[in-house]
Design a protein around this ligand. Structure first.
Ligand code: NAD
Length: 282
């Protein structure tokens, strides 16, 4: 089934970037959000990406206009889902909310429509299991900021059909992304590895093995990581990292136990750049 129309549910941090990527990939794109302010903000954010692309010579003025024309935005869910081919859900990370939204998708979207969820950690099998179309649901995990990050993790839930995974791969490629396929598992590939490295770095700091600056420097210059683990956790948020580790610890076992020093930093309010201080002061 050729995919012509893509609907993105949620116009927040991830949703607007995904909608931009879909429109830039040539799809008729609809961006939906419950909040009119989020739609306005999402539209402005897409416009900023498009304008910057023209300024940098990555897209021509004509291509930029075509992207703008292909992207519409609405707060009406029936309008967003009517006769659409492919839905990407990027609503808040709450299972109750996602299950309710997937119920609406079942009710309002055509049966043929495939649904990809951008969830970072919720069970896609559980979300899919709440619908009438479990074989047409899978994960499509983008990275922030979407227009700069090349990777999409395609996540196979228990009942995702091979054709669904193939269609997601095709869409991702048209968006200019590279893909990896992963079976549903806590943290997929990237979050699991990244959380482990970050946790190990905190253990080393706690044990006094080296300073934070030297651990960051070692990973950047010795292992070619673009950012050090402490620079990265300050960007991600120490509270976010702690809750990811708690989840991996609960679901995968002892080796993911969050380092006590990380928990202590969070208690002290050292949450990272957003708080003005994390491992480093800003
Ligand atoms: P966000 O809070 O920035 O945006 C969520 C948007 O969803 C908001 O604009 C909100 O108004 C809207 N919304 C609320 N209820 C809705 C509903 N019922 N239907 C549609 N939209 C609704 O969140 P985000 O960071 O964009 O995260 C969205 C999803 O992407 C989450 O599942 C998250 O785990 C995942 N994710 C986030 C990142 C990241 O770095 N932020 C990376 C990968 C995946």
């Amino acid at each position: 089934m050729p995919i012509r129309t893509v609907t993105v549910l949620g116009a927040g941090t991830m949703g607007h970037g995904i909608a931009h990527a879909a429109a830039a990939g040539g799809y008729e794109t609809r961006m939906y959000d419950v909040a009119a302010e989020s739609i306005d903000k999402g539209r402005r954010a897409v416009e900023a990406i498009v304008a910057k692309g023209v300024e940098l010579g990555k897209v021509t003025a004509a291509e930029a206009d075509a992207i703008r024309r292909r992207l519409t935005a609405t707060t009406s869910l029936p309008e967003a889902l009517a006769d659409t081919d492919f839905i990407i859900e990027a609503a808040p990370e709450r299972i109750d909310l996602k299950v309710a939204l997937f119920g609406e998708i079942d009710r309002l979207a055509p049966d043929r429509a495939l649904v990809a969820t951008n969830t970072s950690a919720l069970s896609i099998t559980e979300i899919a299991g709440s619908t009438r179309r479990a074989s047409r649901v899978a994960g499509m995990h983008f990275f922030n900021p979407v227009h700069k990050m090349k990777l999409v993790e395609i996540v196979q839930a228990l009942e995702s059909a091979p054709e669904t995974l193939q269609a997601i791969e095709d869409v991702a490629r048209r968006m200019g992304k590279e893909t990896v396929l992963v079976r549903e598992s806590p943290g997929f590939i990237t979050t699991r590895v990244n959380a482990s490295i970050g946790n190990e770095a905190f253990y080393m700091l706690m044990e006094g093995v080296a300073t934070a600056r030297d651990i960051d420097k070692a990973l950047k210059l010795g292992l070619n990581h673009p950012m050090g683990p402490f620079e990265l956790v300050d960007l991600v948020g120490l509270d976010t990292r702690l809750s990811i580790l708690e989840y991996l610890h609960r679901s995968l076992g002892e080796k993911y136990r969050p380092c006590p020093l990380l928990a202590q930093y969070v208690k002290a309010g050292r949450l990272g750049r957003k708080a003005g201080r994390g491992v480093y002061e800003y």
